[in-house]
Design a protein around this ligand. Sequence first.
Ligand code: BG6
Length: 493
Amino acid sequence: MSSRIIPVQPFDYVVFGATGDLTKRKLVPALYHRFVDGQFDEQSHIIGVSRTQLSDEEFRTLVRDSIKQFVEKEYQDKATIDRFVSICSYVANDVSNSENWADLGKVLRDSPKVIRAFYLAIAPDLFGPTCDFISKKKLYRRDARVVIEKPLGHDLESSIAINDEVSKIFKEDQVYRIDHYLGKETVQNLLALRFGNILFEPIWNSAHIDHVQITVAESVGAGTRGYYDESGALRDMVQNHIIQLLCLVAMEPPASDDANALRDEKLKVLRSLKPIIGSEVAKTTVRGQYRGGSVDGNAVAAYQEELPEEKQGSRTETFVAIKAEIENWRWANVPFYIRTGKRLPTRASEIVIQFRNIPHSMFDHAEGAPSANRLVIRIQPDEGVKLFLMIKDPGPGGMRLREVPLNLSFADTFTERTPEAYERLLLDVIRGQQTLFMRRDELEAAWAWVDPIRDAWDAASDAPQNYMAGTWGPTASIALIERDGRTWHEDSN
Ligand code: BG6
């Protein structure tokens, strides 16, 4: 089976921050893959912009290096790379300075047939000035698009300020706020699973679901990214990626896959999230910070040891667990346990839908008590879906029940390469398809939910609890779920 490649309209993709890490690691490899697949050709242009003085040729060398480093070897065909770099050019421009914008103007094509997109892979405090210059220097068009990415603020107020700045120039239907989790194949698959099958929707509610778990575990550390210490796991992962996953699990079926139909439903979930405030924060949230330990058999340093001297004593959390609740008919009394952390034993992201037990068992005790069904949606790695069911243990000797997973492994089922999230998202911008991007009101509702938790933590006298690198976070996060008579899902099958 091969995936359908639908070519997009020719475009001028302007990437501000073209010498930065995001461009090198994600944007160039993603665009290259789409080029290899024939989704666009030499009629499209990629224009790198940053402060560094570089010639087109020097920029093309950076592009080649990025492909060499971040694209799988089997896709590195010399002739294709040559064709790809031939559509890349460069303009040196300091976005906070009014000079040099004319050079950018000269390379942009003024044809309604060529889509114009601006990717702001730069610090958020430069979003406003950049949009402003785009307008003042007459590079703005009503059909142009602007792409921005987190951190989109560090709280509700700063997020509103960023959105206000951008929206002075670009209308909401021109703004593409990336949450790269929405571009992941398995995350989109959640929509297919829920709304492309009759099986789940009738039981997707509190009558049949006991609780939901969302885990996004990383074995990497926070490293030396200066940003992380300002952010912490709550802002870095929960406010965006995890809340987006929660919305996709919990939302009502949208009437269509139209961007606003879907985003309206997500917004309703966000607005139904029970606020966690005051004394509730200590009861329903856990924050942790890793100390030294061992991950995959390698000794790793404590978070504090990775920080520069002036940041020593930092109380930034590298782990969060929260018991969230959604106050609506579908989800009343169904907790959503979420957790995420750095330096956990393994990289594993999954959503677990734990169904309720059967109301009555016809089997006697010797035959084994039926376990409640569980649906595990594995986001990464080993992408797939497992539905744990009860079956009869094969063989003679009477009826014995046994739990086995019905296992859909994407690697075994599909032979094609799974595209990276950015591949889909970057071209959705050109298609004008906003479904997988966050709307302003969603983003702000997510901040409104997260802010009181952050405030309570900041006001608390205690520091995050320590956990040893290579473990599943502070013991309090185990207690958080076990207090309710439940356990975090561990897949031994
Ligand atoms: C980013 C966070 O948004 O997502 C990082 O800033 C995190 O801290 C990353 O490591 C995880 O993304 P992925 O795609 O590797 O799960």
